[in-house]
Design a binder for this molecule. Sequence first.
Ligand SMILES: *Cc1c(COP(=O)(O)O)cnc(C)c1O
Length: 345
Amino acid sequence: MAKKELDWSNIGFSYITTDYRYVSNFKDGKWDDGEITTDSKVVLSEDSGVLHYAQECFEGLKAYETKDGKIVTFRPDLNASRMKDSAARLEMPQFPEERFLKAVEEVVAANKDWVPPYGSGATLYIRPVMFATGNVIGVKPADEYQFRIFCTPVGPYFKGGAKPIVVKISDFDRAAPHGTGNIKAGLNYAMSLHAIVTAHEEGFAENVYLDAESRTYIEETGGANIIFVTKDGGLVVPKSHTDSILPSITRRSIVTVARDILGLNVEERPVKLSEVENFTEMGLCGTAAVISPVGKINDHGKEICFASGMDEMGPVIKKLYDTLTGIQMGSVEAPEGWIHEIPVE
Ligand SMILES: *Cc1c(COP(=O)(O)O)cnc(C)c1O
């Protein structure tokens, strides 16, 4: 077989069905052996736990081709362990981490013709998802679950360079103190949809959520963590004292790159909204875009403008972006264990 004939640089971000997915079902207290299947449909009973009490969590990672033609993923072990944490918090069975990694390998290898070619900027987005298939009416955890991984090719996030975006301080909250903000659960997204649609209608690209307890500290956006750069070129990463920020793998990797490779001063600490005007650059980080530069925050009509401006990424964020994407693409040496090659025959 050969690569699919797609206009890789223009495929955008909608779901394109690929040939294969991985499915394993949990029943009678254990996971079955799991298999690669062509069936993209899920059939559920009307009283399935996921439909009523939102017992569901997911992950997101990418597979891509390197210069020398290998197919790799970036730190998939961290997705495996984060999904374990999400499942535990939602009283779902844990899918063993080594089986998660094996399943990612199998499903990517099966869909190798869908992995966009090196240099196209496109990647194969991998979506592991786990949900309650078992029956419930009374509120309790279900006793049957499905773990599934499917893939879809996605286009380059920034076409024609990363343009800084404008974000707003939201009046909605994303996550309750000591709630579920630190796990990757669909329920955190359901409640953010009204907030993001509203922000888009008002002309903003994203919402910045404050801590729900005091509404003084910066947390994150709906689907990306936040980083700031200080006047003297250090990195500041918001930390939540109510544990309501999602532990982004991109953000944790940026911290390592900044500290160990670029030798920047890095502070991970609670960041007040009132001190944001002292920073020179801001970025949103997550698997999809790696880092999106922010040019401006709108706080109820008051604009906080970063020195990096609205034309391009600031110099420190650019350096972080180039180094991290260089590590991912193989042009910068990766820290031990970060790049996971997919065995393909
Ligand atoms: C997935 C996600 C992120 C980004 O995490 P990565 O592991 O870097 O992709 C950030 N915030 C939220 C709320 C998320 O769901």
